[in-house]
Design a protein around this ligand. Structure first.
Ligand code: IPE
Ligand code: IPE
Ligand code: MG
Length: 253
């Protein structure tokens, strides 16, 4: 990514933003960055080369989100199920996510981005990676332009289990187990529900991402493999989102 040390991020040409209603931009966008392995395979490369190629896609999307004034961006980087992958790939992904922080946190900090990690910080995550996560969160804690959450060792079911466990530990009575109480014990209690979830690579599933939070999210699925995804594709997804009629179970007048 260029622009390191520059005050601004790369801006889109006007035609790229054309047709987007700037007043109805989703407040929270979630993305399942899928298809890295297939992208690599198509090129005769290793799966891990596909993950590495996804970095440029990710930070172009971050810039695009900043450009539109999106307040919350959450990306799925490693699921609680991804431990089932070959040990070399898992090891690569641990170091890769650490590297992403090292390479981008100063720039993100300059841009006013608050970095967060959501997921289980358990013994399986190498110490070094945990340390980098904590440093990056501390560095950017006070930033207000956008909250950028990396879902890492994240599972939607695990998150709900962890919230319920916290309630039980606190001795909450059955009548105290409410939606509000569960929400208050999710990994990011202050995070609004995603308005829009985008998944790349032509897979039409949630794969245990933000199960609680996506109850009423609009879902957009695209065919590009994640390393090919750019802010233009995010903007297309937002145009599609802006066509949707969100009813939340109610009847529209
Ligand atoms: C998404 O790409 C990245 C992670 C799950 C870490 P994949 O690695 O799942 O790529 P495909 O789905 O095998 O192509
Ligand atoms: C979801 O992708 C997890 C991430 C993108 C981190 P997967 O590739 O792991 O999901 P499945 O296995 O196709 O459902
Ligand atoms: Mg996949």
């Amino acid at each position: 990514m260029d622009g390191l040390g520059t005050p601004g991020w790369r801006r889109s040409a006007p035609e790229v933003i054309a047709g987007l209603d700037r007043k109805r931009v989703p407040h929270h966008v979630a993305a399942v960055m899928d298809g890295n392995g297939r992208w690599a395979k198509q090129r005769g490369l290793k799966r891990t080369d596909g993950h590495a190629a996804g970095e440029e896609a990710l930070f172009d999307v971050v810039e695009g989100a900043l450009e539109l004034g999106i307040g919350w961006l959450t990306v799925y980087a490693f699921s609680t199920e991804n431990w089932k992958r070959p040990v070399d790939e898992v090891r690569f992904l641990m170091g890769f996510n650490e590297g992403i922080l090292v390479r981008h946190r100063d720039q993100l900090n300059e841009w006013g981005v608050r970095i967060r990690f959501a997921g289980r910080r358990d013994w399986r995550v190498p110490r070094r990676v945990l340390k980098r996560i904590e440093e990056s969160e501390a560095l950017t804690r006070a930033n207000k332009r956008m909250t950028f959450t990396i879902a890492f060792n994240y599972g939607g079911r695990a998150e709900i289990v962890d919230a319920v466990r916290a309630l039980v530990e606190a001795g909450v009575k059955p009548s105290g187990v409410t939606e509000k109480a569960i929400r208050a014990h999710l990994y990011e209690p202050d995070m609004p529900d995603p308005d829009l979830m985008v998944r790349t690579s032509g897979e039409y599933r949630i794969s245990n991402f933000l199960l609680w939070e996506m109850a009423y999210s609009e879902l957009v699925f695209t065919e590009q493999l994640w390393p090919d995804f750019r802010r233009e594709n995010l903007f297309d997804a937002i145009r599609e989102y802006q066509q949707r009629d969100r009813r939340f179970g109610a009847v529209q007048e």
